[in-house]
Unconditional design. Structure first.
Length: 292
């Protein structure tokens, strides 16, 4: 047990003894001061007294051990020890990472992302943005109890019109999962490096305006391609253009139609998109923690 503590705290035997003495004396001082304080406040013994005693002890314990640590030469150990406890408490209080999904189709990718994070307390899909009233993804939002926002074209292309609403959801990542409008500069600048898109082909081929859904798959087949796939990429001001995060491939056979190819591509999307979202959020968290 003592050996374990020495390893864990990276201290020698003498320091360990001094640390244990500090804990013991600090605790005694804390108990003594706690009782004195309660008698000054004239709180009678009973359940209220016990509650107040625990509360006071919790508050003054760090000061007591810090004070006692000074004559024992263990001030720096306890300062670090308490800082670590404080950081742990704050980490547990951290808000879950927030994802805003932009989607305007059936929403199968949106559903996969929601399912993927369903039991993950540290990530939440906080809003679904859609430009098509009646789109399947809106039924998913309703079924999953996720707020949705239907946006209007002219206001969206003003760039900053929807910013105040989006900001309310403090997005860590904006995920375009079947969203066809170009993202205006105002939005890209507001969330630099935080907007990603999935495209159902291997960019830079078969991307750009008008290249969506069956049009993409038909173009791939018409061109006699032997393979297609998915591209997950950061969003910039051009259609289907930003830095590529991941590409995954599937074979295109002579029997494939736009429909069967779409199914293969959807399979790839459903497998990889949620994982990529998770990886990006993990990366952001690591950066946040190392800056903290
Ligand atoms: C996906 O194929 C995606 O690549 C593209 O739009 C489609 C959306 O499908 N951007 P769904 O609505 O998620 O089923």
């Amino acid at each position: 047990m003592l050996e374990q503590l020495k390893k864990r705290w990276k201290v020698n035997t003498i320091s360990l003894v001094l640390i244990i003495c500090t804990f013991a004396l600090g605790g005694s001082l804390c108990g003594y001061l706690g009782r004195k304080l309660l008698s000054l406040l004239e709180i009678d013994r009973g359940s209220l007294w016990l509650f107040a005693y625990i509360a006071v002890m919790t508050l003054i314990w760090p000061f007591c051990v810090l004070l006692i640590s000074i004559p024992f030469g263990q001030y720096y150990f306890f300062k670090n020890y308490l800082t670590r406890i404080w950081a742990k408490l704050n980490r547990n209080k951290q808000q879950p990472a927030s994802i805003i999904l932009f989607a305007s189709g059936a929403g199968s990718n949106a559903q996969k992302i929601i399912d993927h994070f369903r039991s993950n307390q540290s990530v939440s899909v906080s809003l679904i943005v859609c430009n098509k009233p009646g789109a399947g993804v809106l039924s998913i939002a309703a079924k999953e109890n996720i707020p949705s926002l239907i946006i209007e074209k002219e206001q969206f292309f003003r760039g900053d019109h929807y910013l105040p609403i989006l900001n309310q959801y403090k997005p860590d990542l904006i995920v375009l999962a079947g969203f066809l409008w170009k993202i205006p500069a105002g939005l890209i600048n507001a969330y630099p490096g935080k907007i990603i898109n999935i495209h159902p082909a291997l960019l830079p081929k078969y991307g750009g305006k008008g290249m969506y859904g069956q049009f993409v798959h038909q173009a791939v087949i018409d061109a006699g391609e032997k393979e297609s796939g998915i591209t997950i990429h950061y969003v910039d001001e051009l259609y289907d253009h930003g830095a590529v995060i991941l590409q995954e491939r599937c074979a295109v056979t002579a029997e494939d139609t736009a429909l069967t190819l779409a199914e293969k591509v959807h399979q790839l999307e459903h497998t990889h998109f949620p994982l990529v979202v998770e990886q990006i959020l993990k990366g952001q968290k690591a950066v946040k923690n190392s800056n903290a």
